[in-house]
Write a protein that binds this ligand. Structure first.
Ligand SMILES: [Zn+2]
Length: 333
């Protein structure tokens, strides 16, 4: 399989997880060396993200959405936003409350339906490449925790660019393969999850991917864990290491198969859901205690998630108003 970033085939093995080889290209990009044609993505995602797994995360996701939207509002006056992989619609619902004109794209039909029916959001159920939007329809496109899932991240970024108005912003968030947690836990890091996660980006490889699509990075940061508390993730790693508790969280684990590439995962039982709700509560406390440490890691670029905002510089742009952003060079498209 060729590298999505440089097209090369000169890759070395990082480690193998559940039979899936994860390799690092000579250019630095880390990815699962498997032919996507051998993976049945419909079966992989059919039952993977049930609402009961996401609804407890809503308060954290809404708080985070407000932070991200406030950041975008400092960088652009445009208020037309497309969220790619909008899931259950928490982010878009928050954006609409802040006055944005919103649209979403979601491949999971059940999640798209939830967002449409629960929040009345305009969500297209299908891949971004098929979405029925005119070129230049949006001032901002967000792709959060999606690029690591798709076989062709560069293609997805190019699709996003087509939908952006000149000077539009692209916000991308992905797990950070350079994070302290990824370094400490190696193959047991919670976001090492082939074949669901096919790419393992660092800030350097993500920036280069965006540059290849014509974007100029104007702001970046790393953030603590996306949806859960630190305690939740530590218990997750212990589960991975110790084995016996593993089924509580993950159900039957996905393994490569001869036919469709994966076996579906079981839904968590009521008992395990209760247990995880206790872990979440304990985690909230630990999270408050460890907040200063998390902030230091984020500042050092070691946070678990990379958040990068880039601009498609089809117009002359002046220095960004975001305090941390460098002066943006003037480029033509
Ligand atoms: Zn490469």
């Amino acid at each position: 399989m060729r590298c999505n970033l440089c097209g090369g085939q000169d890759a070395t093995l990082v480690y193998t997880v559940r039979g899936w080889p994860i390799v690092r290209c000579a250019c630095g990009l880390v990815y699962v060396a498997a032919d996507p044609a051998g993976i049945d993505f419909t079966a992989l995602y059919a039952d993977r993200y049930p609402p009961e797994a996401f609804l407890p995360q809503r308060p954290r996701k809404v708080a985070k959405s407000h932070r991200e939207l406030a950041r975008l509002e400092r960088l652009t006056d445009g208020r037309r936003i497309l969220d790619v992989g909008c899931s259950y619609g928490f982010f878009l619902d928050t954006a609409r409350q802040r006055g944005w004109s919103v649209a979403g794209v979601e491949v999971s039909e059940s999640a798209a339906r939830f967002a449409q029916e629960t929040y009345g959001l305009p969500v297209y159920a299908g891949p971004l490449s098929d979405a029925p939007y005119a070129p230049g329809s949006f001032d901002v496109v967000t792709i959060r925790h999606v690029l690591e899932h798709v076989p062709d991240p560069l293609g997805m970024v190019l699709d996003a660019r087509r939908l952006l108005a000149p000077g539009g912003l692209l916000l991308v968030a992905v797990p950070n393969f350079d994070s302290l947690a990824a370094r400490l836990f190696g193959p047991e890091w919670w976001w090492v999850d082939p074949p669901t996660h096919l790419y393992y980006f660092t800030r350097a490889t993500l920036s280069r991917l965006l540059a290849q699509a014509g974007f100029v990075t104007i702001a970046h940061s790393t953030e603590r864990c996306d949806d859960e508390t630190i305690a939740f993730y530590l218990v997750f790693v212990l589960n991975q290491r110790l084995g016996p508790l593993r089924r509580l969280r993950r159900g039957a684990s996905a393994r490569p198969g001869a036919d469709n590439g994966v076996t579906p995962r079981a839904r968590p039982s009521a008992h395990s859901a209760r247990l995880w709700s206790h872990v979440r509560q304990a985690g909230e406390l630990l999270e408050r205690l460890s907040w200063p440490l998390g902030t230091i890691l984020d500042r050092a670029g070691l946070g678990a998630e990379i958040l990068l905002i880039s601009r498609w510089p089809a117009v002359v742009v002046h220095a960004a108003r975001e305090p941390t952003a460098p002066a943006t060079p003037v480029l033509s498209p």
